[in-house]
Design a protein. Sequence first.
Length: 221
Amino acid sequence: MHNRNIDLNGKKTTLEFGHEGVLYRQSFVMYDKQTDTKWNHSTGLAMSGKLTGMRLEILPSWVVRWERWKAMHPKTKVLARDGRGGFMGTYVADRHANDFGLSVGQGPQAKLYPYDLLIKQEVVNDVVTPHAVVAVFDPIHKEAMAFSRKIDNQTLTFEPAKAKSPGTLLMRDRETGSLWERLSGKAIDGKLEGKSILPLISVPWLKERWRQIYPEGLIYR
């Protein structure tokens, strides 16, 4: 997900994008209708044309099942479309989890957290420059998120925590003992109750495609 607003010749401009119909390193290419610049949809980098070298701001997003999102945001709006699937296919990480990973960060600092590892280690404390990161995982629905571990000038260390009700995913920080909802990043009990950790830019990727776009990126082991 990208911010379409850029500064063009000193003027705030909202770009409108279309599909170029070609692939670059197994990733499709967009063009903007204002300048016909060609952009990599994964990284937001302008690869050729008038705006070459410019990069669109990537916005935080989450690939999540509709029922979970609806429960969290009952008044949400939906961008409707016709049918399902189509030539771009359908996201199937829950059926082919071993093929996917969660990418955190950009450029040579990017790091991939493979789902086959997260299935075994559902809460991972790590560093992706410049952030202290916690990567979290839902092993049932194969959903992952990444958050900053820093809050109020304190860096927390997280570990999985047992929940009283099945299907509820929790974690606890070692520094204060507070209990957190794993996929929302909100503290629900303890010293930090009511506070939230900041979600980071993190995107599910097919592992083979991620390596094509981030040849210098690291894979968490």
